[in-house]
Design a protein around this ligand. Structure first.
Ligand code: ASP
Length: 323
C-alpha cells in the first residue's frame, strides 16, 4: 500500500484538434499541481491538506473553470462553488454562490471545521468568508475576457454549456463556433489523495456551467454527487452537473465497493459507463489500498495521477501519456 493522487481539470467534448497553445498550458498546469501534491504526500501531509492545497493552486490558474477562471452566469456574474471531504471522519464542507472569495475550496474546509453545518451558500457564505478573514477580491477579478467571450458565444447559440448533446442552431450566423481563443469549454477542477496509511480525501471546485441561470447549483458542492470520501475511496467528478446529481456519482462508486465488493476500477467503470448517460461524466478516484482510477464517458478529461511506486500520467483523451 502506498500513497496515490489524481487531479482533473474537467471532462467534456474536448476536440482532438484543440490548438497546442490551449492544450499545452493546461497539461503544464496539471503537471505542476500534481507535483505539488506529490511533494506534500512525500512529506507526510494529511490527504485533506493535500487536496485543499492542490485545488487552491488549480483555482488560481485561469486555464480552468474554478476560482479566477470561473465561467459566467447568464447575467454575466460569477457564482463559484466547491466542496471537500475527509474519508476517515466523513466530515465535509461545501459552499455555493461565491462572488468574491479567491479560494472557494478553503472556505468549504472552514465550513467543515468552524461551523456546525456542512453547506453554506450565497450571502451567508460570503458573510462567513468575511468573518473568517479569507482572501476576498472585487468580483471583477473573476470576470476574464475569455469568459466574457464564452458567455457571448453560449448566448448566441442559446445554450448552457456543458450541453454536449445540444444541436447548434441551424442559422449560419448563430451556429455554434469555438471560442475566439480556440475552445469553448474549460473545466472544473478536483483532486483526490490517499496516504500510505490509507487515509483518503477529495475536493472539487468550479464556476459551474457557462450561461447557467443565476442561483443554479451543480454537482460540485453536493456531497455524494461531485465529491465523496469514506474509508474505502475518495472520488471527485466532473461533467454535466444535473446528470451527476441524478446519478449520485461519487457516492455510487463508494457504495458499489461497500455493498457489492467491487474493486475501485470496477465500481468507477460501472458508474461511468453503465449508470450515467454517455457524454456527461468523468471522475478521478483513489482507494485506501492506493489504487487510482480516472474514468470518463466524454470525449476527454484533463487529468493526471501519480503513485508511490513511481507511476505518473498526464492525459486528455483516452490514450494516456505515461510520464
Ligand atoms: N460539473 C460542473 C457543473 O455542472 C461542470 C464541470 O464539471 O465542468 O457545474
Amino acid at each position: 500500500m502506498g500513497w496515490a493522487i489524481a487531479v482533473h481539470g474537467g471532462a467534456g467534448d474536448i476536440s482532438r484538434s484543440l490548438p497546442h497553445d490551449r492544450r499545452q498550458p493546461r497539461e503544464e498546469a496539471l503537471r505542476h499541481c500534481l507535483q505539488i501534491g506529490v511533494e506534500a504526500l512525500q512529506s507526510n501531509s494529511p490527504p485533506l491538506d493535500v487536496v485543499e492545497l492542490v485545488v487552491r493552486e488549480l483555482e488560481n490558474i485561469p486555464h480552468f473553470n474554478a476560482g479566477r477562471g470561473s465561467v459566467l452566469t447568464s447575467e454575466g456574474t460569477v457564482e463559484m462553488e466547491a466542496s471537500i471531504m475527509d474519508g476517515n471522519t466523513m466530515r465535509c464542507g461545501a459552499v455555493s454562490g461565491l462572488t468574491t472569495v479567491v479560494n472557494a475550496v478553503s472556505l468549504a474546509r472552514l465550513v467543515m471545521e468552524k461551523t456546525p453545518h456542512i453547506y453554506l451558500a450565497f450571502d451567508g457564505a460570503e458573510q462567513f468568508a468575511r468573518e473568517q478573514g479569507v482572501e476576498i477580491v472585487d468580483s471583477s477579478h473573476f470576470i476574464t475576457p475569455e469568459n466574457v467571450e464564452r458567455l457571448k458565444l453560449a448566448k448566441e447559440a442559446n445554450r448552457v454549456q456543458i450541453d454536449y448533446n445540444a444541436q447548434p442552431i441551424q442559422n449560419d450566423t448563430k451556429k455554434e463556433k469555438p471560442c475566439a481563443n480556440g475552445d469553448s469549454q474549460i473545466g472544473t477542477v478536483g483532486c483526490v489523495a490517499v496516504d500510505s496509511h490509507g487515509n483518503l480525501a477529495s475536493a472539487t471546485s468550479t464556476g459551474g456551467l457557462v450561461n447557467k441561470m443565476a442561483g443554479r447549483i451543480g454537482d460540485t458542492p453536493v456531497i455524494g454527487a461531485g465529491t465523496y470520501a469514506n474509508e474505502l475511496c475518495a472520488v471527485s467528478a466532473t461533467g454535466k452537473g444535473e446528470s451527476i446529481i441524478r446519478g449520485t456519482v461519487a457516492r455510487d462508486v463508494a457504495a458499489l465497493m461497500e455493498f457489492k465488493g467491487l474493486s475501485l476500477k470496477e465500481a468507477a467503470d460501472c458508474v461511468v459507463h453503465e449508470r450515467t448517460p454517455k457524454g456527461t461524466v468523468g471522475l478521478i478516484a483513489v482507494s485506501a489500498a492506493g489504487e487510482v482510477v480516472m474514468s470518463f464517458n466524454t470525449t476527454g478529461m484533463f487529468r493526471g495521477c501519480a503513485t508511490e511506486d513511481g507511476y505518473s500520467e498526464v492525459a486528455i483523451w483516452s490514450d494516456a501519456q505515461v510520464e
